[in-house]
Ligand binder design. Structure first.
Ligand SMILES: Nc1ncnc2c1ncn2[C@@H]1O[C@H](COP(=O)(O)OP(=O)(O)O)[C@@H](O)[C@H]1O
Ligand SMILES: [Mg+2]
Length: 252
């Protein structure tokens, strides 16, 4: 199963991607956590590892990747850039780093002022996701850039499930409605995870969303906040996360 984590900036996508990836690994799955956020860095800190070589850099940076794409188009030649079907075990070792049963892959980041648009990173994300053929007990969890850019780019089309992380803001409720409309168009399954919830606001949040789509609710937690503030590995084990993962994988 390929799961994409979506939501507004600051809603908790990266936090929940890491916690869910770990929880799924505990359930016995081989989990590939994909950092598909082209702007924000630091997912590796939350996982607690040294970052692997970014895929885009491995392919020669934006320029090298674009040249390879052009070559591929002209010669109808896969040129080794995720065109054919491949397994997780075939990925370049230097592009993966592991911790707690989770393998992290970083697609690529925007590094410099004026370096041009992020399209190559989007194209690479899409190619990467579509090219991987998962084994029976393998899962991809993809953390993404804020907003619905990845819907527009069609990256969502490569996933089996989109999870929208909804924090207690009107902006998140608005985005939830947008995600719903886009998921229908893309013919993708969509679920919502409420995040930073406390008992007094949970009913309000539920009122603004389609109850049938809510898979679970994660409490606001001081340890999560402090560890992420200090760029440390997340150590919190939340039963709510395990329940959500069990529910998603139920029967699979
Ligand atoms: N359940 C939670 N409890 C407390 N703080 C949280 C929780 N989830 C996320 N945060 C905090 O919210 C901020 C944004 O989280 P992050 O995962 O980086 O969001 P995103 O990836 O959606 O931009 C961080 O400071 C993080 O520690
Ligand atoms: Mg993030």
């Amino acid at each position: 199963m390929k799961i994409e984590i979506s939501g507004k900036g600051g809603s908790g996508k990266s936090t929940l991607s890491v916690l869910m990836a770990r929880s799924l690994a505990k359930l016995g799955y081989r989990v590939l956590l994909v950092d598909g956020d082209e702007s924000n860095v630091g997912l590796e800190n939350l996982v607690g590892i040294t970052p692997p070589v970014h895929l885009l850099e491995y392919l020669g940076g934006k320029k090298g990747f674009k040249d390879k794409l052009n070559q591929q188009m002209m010669m109808d030649n896969p040129a080794g850039i995720f065109s054919g079907k491949q397994k997780i075990r075939d990925l370049p070792r230097e592009c993966m780093a592991s911790s707690d049963g989770v393998d992290l892959v970083i697609i690529g980041k925007i590094h410099h002022f004026g370096e041009g648009c992020a399209c190559p990173i989007g194209i690479l994300s899409k190619k990467f996701l579509s090219s991987i053929e998962l084994g029976e007990k393998e899962i991809i969890v993809m953390d993404t850039e804020a907003g619905v850019e990845h819907f527009g780019r069609g990256i969502v089309g490569e996933c089996d499930l989109v999870l929208g992380v909804i924090d207690p803001t009107a902006e998140s409720f608005h985005l939830a409605r947008k995600m719903e409309a886009m998921a229908v168009k893309a013919n993708k399954e969509l679920g919502f995870i409420l995040n930073k919830v406390d008992p007094s606001i949970e009913p309000v949040m539920r009122r603004h969303l389609d109850e049938k789509k809510i898979i679970g609710a994660i409490p606001k937690d001081d340890l999560i906040f402090m560890e992420s503030l200090e760029g440390r590995k997340l150590t919190k084990n939340l039963p709510e996360i395990d329940r959500i993962c069990g529910r998603i994988m139920g029967g699979k």
